[in-house]
Every structure is written in C-alpha cells, then in structure tokens.
Design a protein around this ligand. Sequence first.
Ligand code: XIL
Length: 364
Amino acid sequence: MIKKQYILGLLIALLFASCSNDEKTVFINVDDNGSPVNPTPTLTLKEKAKFKIGAAVKMKDLQNEANFKNAVVKHYSQITAEYEMKMASIWTSSTAYNYTAGDYLVNCAKDNSLEVHGHTLVWYDSFPEWFKNAKYDSIAFEAKVKIYITDVVGHYKGKVKSWDVVNEVFADGGALRNETVINSLFKDPIGFYGRCFRYAKAADPDAKLFYNDYSVVIDGGKRAAIKKMVARFKANGVPIDGLGDQFHYATDTNRQTMKTGFTDLASTGLLIHISELDIKVNTGKSDSYVFNDVEQQKQSETYKYITTMYEELPQNQKFAISTWGVTDKYTWLTSFWHPKEYPLLLDADYNKKQAYQGFLDGLK
Ligand code: XIL
C-alpha cells in the first residue's frame, strides 16, 4: 500500500515538474553519428517558389504601415499597383500624366529587389472621364490610346517587366462586353486590341505582354473566345506573351472545372499568370459568418489545390502567382463583396493563416 502511494506520488511529482517547466522543449535532429543537425527552416513563399510570387499593393499602405511593407518584402518577389497604374489614375488630362504613385512603387520595388507587373493599359472600366467625354471617333480614339501606351510603357521601360496590356474584354459566356465604347467605335474591336499589343511592344521590346481576364478557367465560353483571339494574334504576329486569369474564386468553386479549364488555357503554350488570386470564404455573404477553424482549413485546401495545379504547368509557361492584396485587413472584397471576408494569406495582424501553409505546401 505504502509502496503504491509512493509510486503514485512520484509520478504526480514528475508530471508536475514537466508541466511547470517554463523552458520550451527543443527537439534536435541528429545525424547517423548522433551529431545535432539544424532543423529545416520554414521557407517563405518567395523563397520556396521557383517563379515570382506577386501582390497587389497600394502606395499608401506601403508608406503608412511598416508591417505592411515588411510583409510584402518578406513573403513576395513581385508587386502590382492595385489601382495607381491604371489609365484613370495616370492620365489625368489630355496633356498630363500623374506618375507619382507608380514611380513610388517602382522605386520601392527596386530598393527591395521586387519585380513590377504593370496593371493595366487598356481596361473599359478605367478610361478617364475627360477621355470618355471627348467623344473621339475611332481614328482619334486609337491615336490617343497609342500615345498613352507609348508614353507610359516608355516611362517604365526596363522597370516594369510585364504588362497587362488589355484587361476584361469579354463578358461571361464569351461575347464582347457591352460596357465599352470600343465595340461601337470599332468595326473590329479585336483588331484594335491587337494593335495595342504592338504599341506596347514598340515602347519596350523586353516587357512580357499579357491579356488578363476573370473566370477564364471556369467559363468555357469566355475561354474559347480568348483562345480564338490568341490564335488570331499568333497568326498575325501580334506580340502576346501570356494570359492572366485573375482567380477571384471561392472555397466552393468547383475544382475539377478549374483544373480542366486550366489545362485547356495552358494548351495555348503561352505564359500563364494567376494574376489576382484571392479565395472568398463567406460564399453566402452572411452577416453572421464566422471564419472558424473548419473554414480556415477549407480555404487552405483550396489554396493548396491551386498552387499544386500551377506547378503542373510546363516549366517554361510558369510566370507568377499574384495575390490581390497582402492581408485580410485590406482587401477589395470587403467593399465589393461582403464586409466579412477573409480571402488572403495573412490575417489582419499579418500572421500567416492556414491558407499560407496550404499555398506553400502546393509549391514544389
Ligand atoms: C479593383 C481594385 O482592387 C479596387 O481597389 C479598385 O477600386 C477597383 O479595381 N479586376 C481587376 C482589378 O482587373 O483591376 C480590380 O481591382 C479587381 C477586378
């Protein structure tokens, strides 16, 4: 009896001693000779990836928040201006350009060894008001756009390594979008877009030139229209290097559809850019949504699926995966989708989410 009590007491004392020990237990890996080896350090996204990892950023966040800038520099190898290099931001009047924010971003990138992807030269949603109000005919319209592309690509020659020359030409299903004046101005809008690529190429022959759109891998009609345009461009020597699918998808986006579409897109042989990646979790737009552990896990799996899929591309078609933002603290989706949204890889305090690990696990 006494012996039993003694042993029990000893066990409790041992347990207590190990629980109350303030120092962390450190497990050291040992090699065959029993000598300690360093545990493998956790790599950041940019350290692990063999292609660029990009982020959309705003000048004000880089300037105002050290944590934001530190996160960009630590995890990413490329930046894109979220809006400051769009036409409406740069082309402030028919005789003036505002390069302040773009130049800031380019200099910040240079100082921190980041590449810059330019977004975007021609987008129906970013023609400046003064330009739309001018009511140009097709000749004057194209002449102005040519000057703009020549000047802007020339200004950033050698500094902006790649451009989304044309953004979002097709509506869901593959028809040309109605929202733009281009359809009514030009008998052959695709011909006009092709010439925009030529103007960009003339201004910086080394820049990689992209067509960018959304839902490309999940919308067969839109993808067919893009492939038809690419075939025409190739046949006519239009200098297109790559295609971007924005990848504003969600945890419930059908993965098989995504993969089939992705393979089909890759059949063009062009560079493929996952250009504005974010993964919505609050798919029902619910005010009472809680981003709990199960939801975190779902999002992480989606990210892993996407990076795994990207890695299956032929090596020479890999260009970059770029997220549309850096932290859940700032994401366009909280205004464009629902205030309760958590689509990115870092949480509002810049901690890595499970999504970060999922993204990382999918990389080779
Ligand atoms: C969005 C930006 O995130 C917003 O800050 C801005 O007000 C509107 O544009 N597709 C695109 C991007 O190609 O340019 C859009 O960016 C998001 C959808």
